[in-house]
Write a protein that binds this ligand. Structure first.
Ligand SMILES: *Cc1c(COP(=O)(O)O)cnc(C)c1O
Length: 406
């Protein structure tokens, strides 16, 4: 389209080398434009994006209804502080409440912030001696210091100690250990209903229900981190609905605003009473732009029947990837919940990601060996087919290459 108005990738990379802190591993490509499940680089190459926006772009790049709503709002009112009432924030809270467990919302700007709010709320709401929070190995809750301590993966703790006290780690799926860990100092259990960054790990049958029972028996809060699983990702509005277990507190971010920054913590009205004026805040939380985008995202999912579409796409990926697993010895296991897809390989996944990128397909690798896809809900079946074909070609080529080396 207007490709030659962009700086080359090389020029942009030069800027980064001089002026941007190098705390991310980046592909040597500058992305300039996105449209649905396609994204374009400054050289005009088009990529099929099966990992749009690290899970944030659940409605694809630049979803029309969100773009329009934000364009209108941005020229009307950009930001007012939470010392005032604002219509969009109220309507957004209502929309989230009606689609979840009927509670109230606190708004902030990122997943880690939503989890910080939940950690504070757990300590504030429970009796004074209760401060411990049980979290799970392989989990991921964000990068602020509280959420880092909540994240039971040693690689994220290196060099940062001493960490915030009070977090206790249990193996994911191990109800007996959780039962042993709960004591009269426990305030909460914090868990992702499906682990995302941990490699798309789906809980064993009855595990989340078991946690609910333990929490109830011990007057401990059950907190679901649905930052990655929420807002339609699993084919339900929220992943917990598919497991038939409601949390006391739920955190949301990533896809919540259709690709813009935004986050929320939801809880019941009764628990919410423990947060009184002055006890917690986020300056930009629930601002009119985020609220408008969040509402537009919910409406788009409903108008375009995307929950149902996501479930159908999930079935397609399941069929196609199971078939590929039977044909390709490099695939150990395929784990799918809605549009959270993990393909566990018997080799390091980095070269697979690179080979897919060379064929203009974007996928992610987590935990070293798990190819992770978080496709958009409005991906077309044809695009899903193309993505699976490219991935199959890459993996079969890699399997062949390995065989000749032996
Ligand atoms: C991404 C993620 C977070 C952190 O979200 P940020 O917006 O990067 O702070 C927290 N929890 C889960 C489950 C996530 O996937």
């Amino acid at each position: 389209m207007d490709d030659n108005t962009w700086m080359s990738s090389e020029e942009t990379i030069k800027l980064f080398e001089q002026y941007v802190i190098p705390n991310y591993g980046r592909f040597p490509v500058s992305l300039v434009r996105g449209e649905g499940s396609y994204v374009f680089d400054s050289e005009g190459n088009r990529y099929l994006d099966l990992f749009p926006g690290w899970g944030c772009n659940l409605l694809g790049h630049c979803p029309g209804p969100v773009v329009e709503a934000v364009q209108k709002q941005v020229s009307t009112l950009i930001h007012v502080p939470n010392t005032w009432y604002m219509e969009a924030q109220g309507l957004w809270a209502k929309a989230l409440s009606e689609r979840s467990f009927g509670g109230q919302a606190f708004f902030c700007n990122s997943g880690t912030e939503a989890n910080e709010a939940a950690i504070k709320l757990a300590r504030l709401h429970t009796p004074k001696q209760r401060y411990k929070i049980i979290t799970f190995e392989g989990g991921f809750h964000g990068r602020t210091l509280g959420s880092t301590a909540a994240t039971a993966q040693p690689k994220y703790h290196e060099g940062l100690g001493p960490l915030m006290a009070g977090f206790v780690y249990a193996p994911y799926g191990d109800l007996d250990t959780v039962a042993e860990l709960v004591d009269d100092e426990t305030a909460a259990i914090l868990i992702e209903p499906v682990q995302g960054e941990g490699g798309i790990r789906i809980p064993p049958d009855g595990f989340l229900r078991g946690l609910r029972k333990l929490a109830d028996e011990n007057e401990v809060l059950l907190i679901f981190d649905e930052v990655q699983t929420g807002c339609g990702r699993t084919g339900d509005w929220f992943a917990y609905q598919g497991f038939d277990v409601a949390p006391d507190v739920m955190t949301l971010a990533k896809a919540i605003c259709g690709g813009l920054a935004g986050a929320a913590m939801l809880t019941t009205a009764e628990i919410a009473r423990s947060l009184r004026p002055g006890m917690h805040a986020a300056t930009f939380g629930g601002n009119p732009i985020a609220a408008t985008a969040g509402l537009a995202a919910i409406e788009m999912i409903e108008h375009e029947n995307l929950l149902e579409h996501a479930r159908q796409l999930s079935g397609f990926f399941r069929e196609r990837l199971d078939e590929l697993r039977r044909q390709c010895e490099l695939i150990r296991e395929v784990r799918i919940r809605g549009l959270m897809i993990g393909i566990e390989l018997s080799i390091e996944g980095g070269p697979t990601v690179k080979a897919c990128m060379d064929r203009r397909l974007l996928v992610n690798c987590t935990q070293g060996t798990v190819i992770r896809l978080l496709p958009a809900m409005n991906l077309t079946p044809e695009q899903a087919q193309t993505g699976c074909d490219i991935l199959a070609e890459v993996l079969q080529h890699q399997a062949g290459g390995d065989a000749t080396q032996q």
